[in-house]
Write a protein that binds this ligand. Structure first.
Ligand SMILES: Cc1cc2nc3c(=O)[nH]c(=O)nc-3n(C[C@H](O)[C@H](O)[C@H](O)COP(=O)(O)OP(=O)(O)OC[C@H]3O[C@@H](n4cnc5c(N)ncnc54)[C@H](O)[C@@H]3O)c2cc1C
Length: 510
C-alpha cells in the first residue's frame, strides 16, 4: 500500500492514501471520467444517413453480382452502407477520421482473409486493414474501397510451458493481458488496453515492459500472414526471413497478419501507478524525472505527462511501472516518492492487467484527436522549459504532453537487426490534442502543430512510426531511417503493386 502523502500544495486536496480497492476507482476519476464522452448508441436514423457504393480505384462502381459471389464464399460478416451495423463498423477510436468504405469484410478465419484479399485484388479496390482501429491517422479505414476487418479474430492460446502466446490479428492489448495473466505471464505491449496488438506490434510496440523485455516486435517468434497474392505464409527466423525482418517494425505494408506467436515473460504483480504534482512545479519535476530515469534499473519504465485533473487543474505526473522484485522496487521508487510533495501518490502493487488499464480513461472512443511527436536529441533544461510552456498553452483540458523513456533491452538490438530503426532513441515527446467539439478542430490541431515546431530545435529528426499522423514521405522515411532501402526491396518482392497502401507507406523499389 502507498504511504500517506501530505498533499496540501496548490489547495487541491488534504491527504491522499488509496487502499488497493480504491485504486481502480481513483485512477478513473483522476483521469477525467467526467470529461469522457459516452459512446453514442447508433440510431436507425443515423444508420440510414450514409449511402455509398463500392467503387474501384478508377472510381467505377463494382457490380452487385460480383459482390454477391464474394459474399457466398465469405463466412464472416459483409457490410455495405445500407446494412445495419455499417455505421458503427466504419467508425474508429478517433472521431476526427470520418471515412465511408464501400464494403466492410469482418473476417472470421484465415480463409475469409484470403477471400477478401483475392476479391479486392481482382476488383482493383483500395484496401484498408483494421486491427484495433486505434491508429491516430485512421489507416484502418478508407473511402469507397474495402476494409478487411480483423476485429472478429481475437483467439489467443497461451503455452505456459514454452512461455509463448499465439494471438490472432484482431486482438487488443487487453485481450492478450487477460489470457496471459492467468498463467503469470505477459507479452510486452503498449499502455492502453483497447489498442490493437497487430498495428502496435507491426510498428514496434512500446510499453511498461520495454526496458526489461524489449519492444513488442522484438518478442515476435513468427507471423502468419496473407500477402497481396492471396497466399498464406509464415515469416520466422527459419522461413521467409526477409519478411520476418520487415514485419518487425515495417508496419502494415506487407500483408494481413492473421496471427502472431509471441514470447511471453513472467510478470504478475508490478509496483505501479501515478504520482501527481501541481503544474507550477513542472520544470522541477521534469528535471528530476530526467535524472531519475537515466539511473533507473531496466525493471523500471517511467513516463512523465503534463495534463489536467478532472476539475481542470493543470498538473504534472510521473507514471511508473516496476516489473521486478517488489521490495527492491520500493527502494528504487523511494526518491521519486520523496523528492517533493505530490498532490497524490497512487504507486502501489497492482496486478499487471490493472496497470495496463490505468490510463484507459484518458483516451475514450469518440473524441477528436490529433498528435504530433518526435524523439529528442537531448533532454536539456531548455527543452523542458519549452515543453512546459507549450503545455501551459494547451487549448483543451483533455490535451496533454507525454514524455516517454525507452533504452534498456530495446536499445541492445542493432539498428539493422529488425526494420525498427529507432534503437538509440531515448526520450519520445508526444503532443496529444484531444477535444469534443468538432467546430474547434483547427484551434487544437494548430496547438499541436505549433508545439511540434517549438520543440523542433531539440528534436533528433527521428520519429516513432506508430505515433505518426498524416505526415509526408520524408517523415515516414525518417522513421525507418537507414532501413528504408531494404524495406523498399522487400516491399517490391511481396507487394510490387502497393496493394497494401493504407499505412505509413513504403513504396515498392522501382
Ligand atoms: C490511445 C492510444 C494509445 C497508444 N499507446 C501506445 C503505446 O503505449 N505504445 C505504442 O507503441 N503505441 C501506442 N499507440 C500507437 C499504436 O501502436 C498505433 O496506433 C497502432 O497502429 C495501433 O494498432 P491498431 O491495430 O489498433 O490500429 P489500426 O488502426 O487498426 O491499424 C493501424 C495500422 O496497422 C495496420 N494493421 C492493423 N492490423 C493489421 C493486421 N492484422 N495485419 C496487417 N496490418 C494491420 C493497418 O492497416 C494500419 O496501417 C497508441 C495509440 C493510441 C490511439
Amino acid at each position: 500500500m502507498a504511504p500517506a502523502v501530505p498533499i496540501n500544495e496548490g489547495g487541491l486536496s488534504s491527504r491522499y492514501n488509496p487502499t488497493e480497492n480504491e485504486f481502480a476507482k481513483v485512477k478513473l476519476s483522476f483521469l477525467g471520467k467526467d470529461m469522457i464522452k459516452e459512446n453514442k448508441t447508433t440510431t436507425i436514423a443515423e444508420e440510414n444517413k450514409t449511402r455509398c457504393e463500392l467503387k474501384n480505384t478508377k472510381g467505377i462502381v463494382v457490380d452487385q453480382d460480383r459482390i454477391e459471389r464474394f459474399q457466398a464464399i465469405f463466412q464472416g460478416e459483409v457490410m455495405q452502407s445500407a446494412d445495419f451495423g455499417y455505421e458503427k463498423a466504419r467508425r474508429i477510436w478517433n472521431a476526427n477520421i470520418d471515412k465511408h468504405p464501400g464494403i466492410i469484410a469482418r473476417c472470421g478465419s484465415v480463409a475469409d482473409v484470403i477471400a477478401a484479399v483475392n476479391f479486392a485484388r481482382e476488383s482493383e479496390l483500395l484496401v484498408a486493414v483494421r486491427g484495433g482501429g486505434h491508429n491516430v491517422s485512421g489507416r484502418a479505414v478508407c473511402d469507397d474501397g474495402i476494409v478487411i476487418d480483423l476485429s472478429g479474430m481475437k483467439g489467443i492460446q497461451v503455452d505456459a510451458k514454452d512461455r509463448t502466446a499465439r494471438v490472432q490479428g484482431g486482438a487488443t492489448l487487453g485481450d492478450v493481458d487477460r489470457e496471459t495473466h492467468v498463467f503469470g505471464l505477459a507479452v510486452p505491449s503498449g499502455i492502453i488496453s483497447k489498442t490493437g496488438i497487430a498495428g502496435l506490434a507491426l510498428g514496434g510496440g512500446v510499453g511498461w515492459l520495454v526496458r526489461k523485455y524489449g519492444l513488442t516486435c522484438d518478442n515476435v517468434l513468427s507471423f502468419d500472414i496473407v500477402t497481396a497474392d492471396g497466399k498464406p505464409r509464415v515469416a520466422s527466423a527459419n522461413e521467409n526471413e526477409d519478411l520476418f525482418w520487415a514485419l518487425r517494425g515495417g508496419g502494415g505494408n506487407f500483408g494481413v497478419v492473421t496471427s502472431f506467436n509471441f514470447r511471453a515473460h513472467p510478470v504478475n504483480t508490478v509496483l505501479g501507478g501515478l504520482i501527481i504534482y501541481p503544474r507550477d512545479r513542472a520544470v522541477e519535476v521534469l528535471r528530476f524525472y530526467r535524472d531519475f530515469t537515466q539511473l533507473a534499473p531496466e525493471e523500471l519504465t517511467a513516463y512523465a505527462a503534463l495534463l489536467h485533473t478532472p476539475e481542470g487543474i493543470p498538473a504534472v505526473a510521473v507514471v511508473a511501472c516496476y516489473c521486478g522484485d517488489l521490495a527492491e522496487g520500493e527502494k528504487v521508487l523511494k526518491s521519486l516518492k520523496s523528492f517533493s510533495s505530490p498532490i497524490a501518490d497512487m504507486i502501489q502493487p497492482v496486478p499487471f492487467p490493472q496497470m495496463q488499464t490505468l490510463l484507459d480513461g484518458a483516451f475514450p472512443d469518440g473524441n477528436y484527436n490529433y498528435w504530433k511527436s518526435s524523439f529528442l536529441r537531448e533532454f536539456t533544461d531548455d527543452a523542458i522549459v519549452a515543453l512546459v510552456e507549450r503545455a501551459n498553452r494547451a487549448t483543451s483540458p483533455l490535451t496533454g504532453v507525454v514524455i516517454e523513456y525507452y533504452g534498456g533491452a530495446a536499445s541492445r538490438i542493432g539498428m539493422s537487426e529488425t526494420a525498427f530503426a529507432q534503437r538509440e532513441a531515448q526520450y519520445s515527446i508526444i503532443f496529444l490534442a484531444q477535444w469534443t467539439n468538432p467546430g474547434e478542430s483547427q484551434l487544437h490541431i494548430g496547438w499541436a502543430r505549433a508545439s511540434a515546431d517549438s520543440i523542433h530545435p531539440f528534436s533528433s529528426g527521428a520519429y516513432y512510426l506508430n505515433y505518426l499522423g498524416e505526415e509526408g514521405e520524408d517523415t515516414i522515411k525518417a522513421a525507418f531511417g537507414p532501413n528504408y532501402d531494404r524495406l523498399m526491396a522487400i516491399k517490391k518482392k511481396y507487394d510490387p503493386k502497393n496493394f497494401f497502401c493504407m499505412n505509413q507507406n513504403i513504396k515498392p523499389q522501382v
